[in-house]
Design a protein around this ligand. Structure first.
Ligand code: AHG
Ligand code: MN
Ligand code: MN
Length: 325
């Protein structure tokens, strides 16, 4: 049997700078520690609410706080990071004045799944730090196409790392005994066409007309305008839905809705849409808001929210067509 390639070995074949390999190793080692905590969830007293709200007014789960602190501490101690920004932190946090990178993360995506032992993950996004000295929130406000790396670790039946450094998208599986991520898919490729969609359909009455029309046409099946039957899936953790799409195609959307009309969407640009957009594009898919490419958005705020439509390229085009018609 051919020996499997480790994460570090594969990054070296892509001529990844040593400092970025060090940074990715730091993040994935912490994710391994988070995976261990999750594995013994109820025994580690990590389930349930933390008793506080984050800056976005959402109830924090104990594990949101714990995983945030673990990532923050290990990145701050790495010497490689100028500063971090997190879904669970009000403002960015300065780390090393000479650190080469800025890291943004959603420490635990899908936190409503923790207490039911279902899929959760950690999503991260990496930029090169451009200015010397202390970081402020404004230093993080850069479009997604400037990311130098993005990925997620999915804590499922297997612990999976999906990563891009701009050379395609790769998947690695954690060898739990050795604590090493091993490459198992060197070229993730999202099929262009699909018959599967993901949306929280309970919001249907709140969507804008174009999204209502698009989903109605999918549901009409083979006797409707699309002339084929579609299947629906919803994990309630973007990390799980995007993973499925990277494995077998599909379209995922979390659109604007009038439940909370002042919010542009539910998902966060810097911690969710940008890193997932980078991974999806590197795998041949597309990632849009209802009007534009996500990676071209000039961010205005670190906690900014956006509508998200991503996945199989042809299906994203069709969905955008309903919005621009
Ligand atoms: P988070 O747990 O980081 O707050 O993110 C949850 C997000 C996303 O992962 C998922 O797609 C969506 O919220 C689920 O929303 P619903 O509760 O509407 O299903
Ligand atoms: Mn999330
Ligand atoms: Mn989260």
């Amino acid at each position: 049997m051919t020996p499997m390639t480790t994460l570090t070995e594969h990054l070296k074949t892509q001529k990844t700078p040593e400092s970025l390999i060090g940074l990715i190793s730091n993040i994935t080692a912490t994710c391994h520690d988070i995976a261990k905590l999750l594995h013994h969830g109820p025994m580690n007293d990590i389930l349930g609410l933390a008793g506080a709200e984050n800056v976005q007014g959402e109830d924090q789960k104990k594990l949101d706080v714990i995983s945030n602190d673990m990532l923050k501490e290990s990145l701050a101690g790495s010497g490689l990071v100028r500063g971090i920004a997190s879904e669970e932190e009000e403002n960015c946090v300065g780390c090393s004045d000479v650190g080469e990178y800025l890291v943004l993360f959603d420490p635990l995506d899908g936190s409503s799944n923790i207490d039911i032992n279902s899929l959760v993950g950690t999503i991260f996004s990496v930029y090169r730090a451009d200015e010397n000295g202390r970081v402020e929130d404004r230093n993080f406000l850069r479009p997604g196409h400037e990311q130098v790396a993005a990925g997620y670790v999915l804590y499922g039946p297997s612990v999976i790392l999906t990563l891009t450094t701009g050379h395609g998208t790769q998947m690695y599986m954690l060898d739990q005994n050795k604590g090493i991520f091993m490459l198992y898919n060197a070229k993730v490729q999202i099929p262009k066409a699909t018959k599967e969609f993901a949306i929280n359909a309970s919001n249907q009455r709140h969507w804008a007309k174009p999204m209502q029309n698009y989903i109605a046409d999918l549901l009409a099946g083979e006797t409707g305008p699309r002339q084929k039957n579609f299947n629906m899936r919803w994990v309630a953790a973007m990390v799980g839905d995007v993973h499925r799409i990277l494995c077998r195609g599909g379209i995922f959307t979390y659109p604007w809705d009038k439940k909370d009309p002042n919010k542009a969407g539910k998902l966060r640009l810097m911690y969710e849409a940008n890193p997932m957009g980078f991974l999806v594009e590197q795998a041949g898919g597309k990632a849009f808001t209802d009007t534009m490419r996500i990676l071209d958005i000039e961010p205005e705020h670190i906690h900014q929210r956006v509508p998200v439509i991503l996945g199989s390229a042809d299906e994203v085009d069709i969905c955008i067509g309903y919005h621009t018609a």
